[in-house]
Design a protein around this ligand. Structure first.
Ligand SMILES: Cc1cc2nc3c(=O)[nH]c(=O)nc-3n(C[C@H](O)[C@H](O)[C@H](O)COP(=O)(O)OP(=O)(O)OC[C@H]3O[C@@H](n4cnc5c(N)ncnc54)[C@H](O)[C@@H]3O)c2cc1C
Length: 382
């Protein structure tokens, strides 16, 4: 692995940071307070090529490798202060668009990917059910075989982008006895063809600009053509999409942490209670130094996992290790930053307190930290 970025990778970074800083940060705090998903900004991100980073150019994407996608998302996390918007982009790209791109028929890809890349349509991924939670195979929903297709019944929850989505990638058990691999199928549904019901936005602690909701399926009739991949391939498709997502969302967190640390270092040098910059107190400088070390460690875990993905290696363990370490670092770091900023950091509109609320979610979505440890342990033969 080359440890320096190529000139093309550096240009990609600069382009995205400049775009994000100049176009995505205005009124972030107002959007966060109001929980506004901004359709204009979404379209702008599409025009900038941010929504289809890893999708091949023939379907409207940028055709970046997994490693370059990670470099681009790290730049987005650094430049964009709206973590909800960045998360919404990552959730759509990894949990919806990558599965369509890798497993869709040529018709599914041609009909959906260009519009998703352009920001003209929005997709949500519906796996989690309230009852099963982390045990995603423990589904109460049903897909009953019907002539030419299936009837889908059930309720999915915590679906990122659902309240604004018109495309839904939903997972249902089609042969429960076969278990997760073989017994679950992925269905690609479009609102204009399939009447699935979307709830009001669920109120979350953070990431409020990413609308999140429940999706209800009430004996919804779908044709066999709505299957993504073969019947029974859903477990494999979902697992693969989560490996991409764990790496990609960690890249966003890396960028956010880098920005937060740079700002905290400036603050620590300028804040002088009693006439001494707080950076001169070892209690403060050591915390900042530790953050620097942890961000560096996170970065190489994420880059390594992305490099493995680019080279088609198995990334089950490396994606979980990168996600576990980065998300836990992010959450712990935001809490420490509030302490370093003192009362200022506790104000609701301060980036430390706002980021803390967003970072808490990072150890929950794409599989909780406990689930990442289970995956890593399984890889160790435990
Ligand atoms: C912001 C956000 C966005 C999300 N987006 C989506 C989305 O777009 N689509 C979607 O389908 N889902 C989404 N989710 C759901 C997410 O995947 C689940 O929240 C997650 O899988 C955990 O399920 P649960 O919340 O039911 O917790 P539970 O599974 O009930 O877990 C509760 C606690 O028990 C622990 N636990 C559970 N099982 C085990 C085990 N086997 N071993 C050790 N510990 C265990 C967990 O780690 C956790 O600490 C999102 C969640 C959040 C917070």
């Amino acid at each position: 692995m080359d440890f320096s970025l190529s000139s093309a990778q550096k240009a990609l970074q600069t382009e995205i940071i400049t775009f994000a800083q100049s176009s995505l940060n205005k009124d972030v705090w107002i959007r966060e307070q109001q929980g506004t998903f901004d359709h204009y900004l979404w379209k702008l991100c599409g025009e900038q090529g941010l929504l289809g980073l890893a999708i091949s150019e023939d379907f409207g994407g940028r055709g970046l490798s997994a490693l370059d996608t990670v470099i681009a998302l790290e730049a987005l996390g650094y430049g964009c202060e709206d973590n909800g918007l960045s998360f919404a982009i990552g959730a759509q790209l990894f949990a919806c668009m990558i599965p369509i791109w890798l497993h869709g028929t040529s018709t599914q890809k041609a009909e959906l990917l260009p519009a998703l890349c352009a920001g003209e349509r929005i997709a949500t991924n519906a796996m989690t059910e309230a009852h099963g939670g982390s045990a995603s195979f423990d589904m109460q929903s049903e897909a009953i075989k019907a002539p030419g297709g299936y009837r889908l019944t059930g309720v999915k929850t915590y679906c990122a982008n659902a309240p604004v989505a018109d495309i839904c990638l939903a997972y249902f058990p089609t042969d429960a006895e076969k278990g997760f691999f073989g017994g679950i199928s992925a269905f690609l549904l479009e609102k204009k063809k399939h009447a699935f019901g979307i709830s009001e936005t669920l109120q979350k602690l953070g990431l409020t600009t990413c609308k999140t909701g429940k999706i209800t399926f009430d004996q919804l009739g779908v044709r066999n053509e709505a299957l993504l991949g073969k019947a029974g391939a859903g477990g494999m498709i979902f697992t693969q999409s989560m490996q991409w997502e764990r790496i990609g969302l960690s890249a966003l967190h890396l960028g956010s942490m880098k920005r937060l640390l740079e700002n905290a270092v400036s603050f620590a040098k300028q804040r002088t209670p009693g006439g001494i910059p707080i950076a001169k107190h070892q209690a403060i400088s050591h915390q900042l130094a530790e953050m620097q070390a942890q961000i560096s460690a996170s970065k190489w875990l994420v880059y390594y996992a992305a490099w493995q993905l680019s080279h088609r290696h198995q990334v089950q363990a490396s994606s979980s290790i990168a996600k576990l370490f980065t998300s836990e670092t992010y959450k712990a770091m935001c809490l420490k930053l509030v302490q370093i900023y003192g009362g200022l950091g506790y104000l609701a509109d301060h980036e430390a307190s706002r980021s803390l609320k967003d970072a808490v979610a990072a150890t929950l979505y794409s599989g909780t930290s406990e689930i990442q440890k289970n995956i890593i342990a399984r890889g160790m033969g435990l």
